[in-house]
Write a new protein. Sequence first.
Lengths: 767, 313, 199
Amino acid sequence: MRDDLKVGVFLCECGGNISDTIDLDRVKSELDVEFIGQFENLCSLNGRKIIRDAIFDHDLDRVVVAACSPISHEKTFQDYVKPLNPYLMDMANIREQCSWVHSDKDLATHKAISLINASIEKVKQSEAVDPIYCQTPDEVAVIGGGIAGMNAALSLAKQGTRVTLIEQSASIGGHMAKIGKVFSPVKIAEECGMCLLNPILNELVWNENITVLTNTKVIEAERRAGTYNLILEKSPRYVDTEKCISCGKCSEVCEVEVPNDWNDNLSNRKAIYRPFGQSYPEAYVIDMENCTKCSNCVKVCNMRAIKLRGKPERIPLQVGSIIVATGHKLFDMEKRPEYGYTRYDDVITQSELGRITGVNGPTKGKLLKSNGEEPKRVVMIQCVGSRDEKPDGHRYCSKICCTVALKNANIIKHKYPDTDVLICYTDVRTPGMFEKYYKHTQENEVRFLRGRPGEVVKKGDNFIVRTEDTLKGEFVEIEADMVVLSTAMEPSKGTEEIAEILNVGITEDGFIKESHPKIKPVATDVQGIFVCGTAHEPKDITDSIMQATAAASKVSEYNYGGVEIEPFIAEINTERCTVCGECIERCKYKSMSIQNDEIYIDPMSCTGCGKCLVGCRHRAITVNGNIDEKIMSTIKGVLSNKKEGQRMILVFLDNIGYTAADNIGVNRLSYPESIHIIKVISVNRVRPKHIRYALDNGADGVFIGEFPGDLMYDEVERKIQGVKNRIEELGEDPERVTFSKVYIPYFSGLARKFTEFDSKIAELDSD
Amino acid sequence: MKNVPTEDILLFRSCLVSVEYPGVEASTKFVFDKLGVDYEISDKQTCCTGLGHYSDVFSQIDTTAIGARNFRIARELKRPNLVMMCATCYAINKKSVKLLNKKDDLRNHINELFTENGLEHLTYEKDDLKPTENIFHVVDILYARKDEIKNHVKYDLSGYKIATHHGCHYCKVHYEDTIGGVRDPNIMDEIIAECGCKTIGWYDHKRATCGTGFRQRYSNPDLSFTATADKMNAIDDEDVDILVHLCPNCHIQFDRYQHLIAEREGRNFRAVHLNIAQFLAIAMGGDFDKVIGVKAHTVPVDSVIKDLKEIEK
Amino acid sequence: MTTQRITDSPIDFAEKIIEDVKNSKEEGVLKCVQCGMCTSTCPAARHSNYNPRNIIERVLEGDETILEDDNIWNCFYCYTCHSVCPVGNSVCEVNQILKQIAIENGIGYDKLYEYMGFADSYFTAAIGAIPERFFTDIDRDVPGWWDFRQNLDEIRTELELNPPLMPSDDVIDEVSRILTITGFKEKIEKIRSTEEEDK
C-alpha cells in the first residue's frame, strides 16, 4: 500500500553549497521515485511554485526536500508543499550534515543518497495530521492575597482577564500590610508600607474583573486540556460583608480577648474584630474558635449583619491558568532555643520589631520593652535559621534579612538616637543599590560586629549576647536590653498545601520550584500553573511584584495566543485500558491523570516521549504519528544502499543534539562519512528493537546522544545500558552501542566523539 | 521518634562507673528490672578507651579495633544492642560503628590486621551493627519506657529543685540521633517529669560542658575548674538541690570537685549529684546503700535528700 | 608582609585533614566562612587563648605551625562547635586530627607523658583507669576519695555487682595483641623512650 505512494524528491543546489561537493546527477540516477528535480535555490520564493506545480503535475503523495537542515527551513517547506498536508513532507539534511562536513565527493554523494533514501522511506510512513490548537479558558485563579498575588491579579485584570483572587485569611494584604515601613533604595529612606499598599488594594477592590474571595482555600484541583476545575472552600465569616459598616460597636461589647496575630501577638484583640484598619473586605469577622456565643455583638449591631451560625461553603471554579502566590512564613524560634526567644519577652523577631515601631502597632510606634521602658541597647542577630545546615535550619540565605535589619536599625536611630544599635552579622549582603543604604545606615551610627552569636542569656536586668568579634579574634559578652532576631523565611503552610493539591514540584527546601531557574523563572513543572512572590523563594517586595507581573504576562501569552501543539502525542485506547495508573507514575511531564474513571492525557504537557508506552501492560497507549514505524523505515532507508565493506554508524539525536550536529557543519568541522544522523522527537522513542534491527541489518554502530538537562536523560541512559546488556547476551559486542551527553555549544566535542566512535567501530570490525 | 530496643541489650560496662560510682550500675540494673528491660553484662567486654582516646594516646585505629572486638562479643551473645551508662562510651562506640560501616579502607585494614594475626574471629563485616539501630545510651532506653515509670514510682521527689546536666558526648557528638534536643537538651527533664517532678528547665550554661575536658581536669585544672565554675555558679543561682547527670565523667567533675570549686569561687555550693538511673532508683524505692551506692559520693546524698515521702496513690 | 608564592598550595593542609579517618564532616572544613559561632559557644575560648575559628583560619591558610601551638591542647572535646557549626564543619574533630598529626610527627609527645599510665593499664590489664600519677592530686583535692577507693570492693559487694573488675587472662591477652598489631604498643614505647631522654 504505502509502497504505491508517489514520492517526489526536490534537490537543492544551495547555490553550490551542496552541489559543489555532492554529485547531484549521480544522486538523481540512483533514486527510484515518481519525480525528481534539481534546483538552484529551493527556499527562494519561486521554490513554492516549483514544488506546487510538481505536486499537481505528478500527482505526488509525499515530498522529500533534500537541502539544508530542517532546523533552518522545515517551516518554509511545510508551507511550500501546500495543498499537501505539511506533515507529508520530510527534509534530508545534505548540507549541514553532508556537504559541509565531508570533502570526499564520492563518499559524500553516497551518503547523500543514503540520507535521501531514509527520508523517502520515512515520509511513506507519514500521515496527514493537523496540529492541535488549544484555547484555554481565559479565567485565572490567583491563590494568595499578599503583595505578589494582588499585583498578579491586578495586572491580568487590567489586560481584560477575569481573575478570582483566593485568600485564606479574613483580609487581603499579606505580610506587607504589617511590616510598617519599607525601604526605598532610590530615596535611601524608609517609607510607609501601608501608604504604598493601599492604592494597590483600592485599585484591586474596584476592578470589575477581579473577584476577591477571603476566608477561602483551594481544597481540590483537577486538570483537563488546559482547564482547571478547582473546588474552593469558603469558611463562614459570621458577619455579612454587605451589611457591615465597620462601626466597631460589636467589638466594644465583645467579652473575649485573645492575642492579636496581626500584631504578632504583642497585643490583644476581641473575638469579633477587624484584622487591621485598611483590611478588605471592609467588615468585621468572628474568630469562632474563641467566640463564646454570648450574642452581645448580635444585640448591638444596628445593621443586623451578624449571624452566629454558618457553614463552610463549597465553590466550584473553572479557570485556564493558576498563579500560586501563597507566600512564606517565618522560622520557628523554638528550633533555636539558645537565643531565648521563648523565654524572654524582650527577645523579639524583626517582624515583631516592625509591629512595635509601626504607628498602628501595639505601642503606637513607640519602641518599648515589655516593662514599658525604652531600650538602651538593641542587639540584632542575623542569619537565624538561614545559612544553617544543622537540623531544622535552612541552607539558603533568606536574602532580605540584611536589608530588613538595616531598615529597622535606621528607624530606631531616627527616633531614638541615643539607643545603641549593634548588628551581629556574618556577611552584610546588600547587592546593587542596597549597598548605598548600608553606608547610610553606618552614617546613622548603627554599629556592626562581625560574628555569629552562640547564645543569649539573661543576667539580672540585662541580656548577655555571647559572640566572637571575629575581626578582633576575641570572645565577647555584650550586654543588651533588647535582642532582635533576623529569622529565616520558609515556605508557608499554604505553599506546602497548594503544592500538594496542584501536584506542582517543590525544591528541596519546600518552595514551589520553577520549571527552569534561568529561562523559565515563573513557570512551574505543570503547564498553566505559574508562581510568584515568596512561595517561590525568599525575595523582597520589589522582586515579588516583578515576578507577579511576569507571571501575569505568561498567562496572557496563553490567553491571547492560544497554544498550537504538534500532534505527535500519546493517546489512550479506552477499550484496552484498565486504568491501572502505571502511566501516571511513569510520566515525567505530569500529563496523565484519571478523570471520569478514564486515563486523561493533557495535550498541552505531553511531549510524545513514549515513556508511558513501555509501562503499559495492556498496550493501550499509542503515540500519534507512526513514530515507531517512521524510525524503523528511516533505518531501513538509510541502510538500503550500503555497499560491501562500507562502515555505517547510525546516530539518533533529538532537537538539541541535532542542532549541535548542525553546528559542526556550520563551523565547517568534519567527521567521518560513516556517521548518519537520524532526528527523533525524543531519543526515548528509539527502542531496543530499533537498535537491534539496525545492528542486524547492516549498521556497524549506534550512537545515541542526549542533553543531560532533559527530563528523560536518566531514563534513556538506563535504557541504553539495558540494550547493551541484551546485546551482550546475544553474543554481540555491546561496545557497538554508545550513549553520550550532547550540548549545543560543544559541537566540536560532538564531532570528536563521532570520530572516536568511528575509530572504535573500525577496530571492532577489523578484529 | 527513632526505634529504641528494650531487649537483646548488652549493658556496656563503664570504667568510671565501675570504680567511681558503682551505684550507677546497680541503679541502672534496678530500674531496668522494674521497667522490664532485657539486658546482660559481659565479663569479656573491655573499656571503650575513652580517657585514653580523648587524651590523644589512642589513635582512631586503636580505639576502633578495640571497638570491633567489643562489637563481636555483643553479637556472639546475640545481644547486638549496646547500651551505655557513660556518654563517652556512647559517642566512641557509635563513631566506631559508623566508621567501620562507612570507611571501607579502615574496616579492611583492621580486618586484615585481625586475620593476619590469628584474630579472624574478631573481624567486622560492613553493617554488622547499625549506628542508629544498635548503639544507645541508658537514657534512650529509659525514654522509650518512660510511660512505665510512673507505675513504679514510690517516693515523691517533687519538693526538690531539680536541674539536669546532659553530657556533651551524649547530646552533641551524634546530634542527629539525640532525643529531646541538642541546643536545649531535655531528654532527662522529660524522664524526670514521669516521676511527677518538674525540673527548672533552662539555666545559663545548661548545654555547656561539665568542664572535665578529659586532659584539662588533670593537666590543666585551672582551665577545667573555671569552666565548671560557670555552670556551678549558674546552678547555685537557681538554688538547685539535685543536679541529674547521665555520664560518670561529668558526675566526677561535679560531685568530687564541688567542694574545691566552691572554695575557689568563695561560695557554698549545696547541690547533690545523681545519675538519672540513681534518681529513678531513689524514686522507685531503691536502698541508698544496696542500690544507689551513696557511699561512693563525695557530696553526701543525704545532705539534701532525706525523709522521703511516699507518693499518694 | 607575606608573599604567597605561585607554587604554594595552602589548601593541601585542609585536604590532608579531610582525608583523615577521623573526619566525619567530609568537605566541612573547606566550607568555613569564619562566622565565629564555634568561638561564641566554646568553653576554652571563653577562658583561654584557644580560638576554634582561628584554628580553621590557620588550617585553610596551610599554616602547619599550628601543630606546635600549645593552644590547641586547650580544647575540651565538648563538641559544642561540632553540634552548632552552620556550615557543617567540626573544629573539635579537626583539632583531634591536628593532634594526631602532631603525635605522628613526634611533636606532641610531652603532652602524652602524663597519660602513659592509662596506656599501660589498658595494654597490660585491659582496664581503662585514671593514671595513678594523678592520685596524689585527687587525694589532695577530693576529701575522702582515697578512703573510698580503699573500700571499693566492699561497696561493690554491697551493691551485688559482678562480674569482678579484673578481666580474665584470655581477655587481656586478646586486647594486648590487638594493641600490638595496630601499632599502639610501638607508639607507646617510642613516647616512653623520648620521655626517658627528656628526663
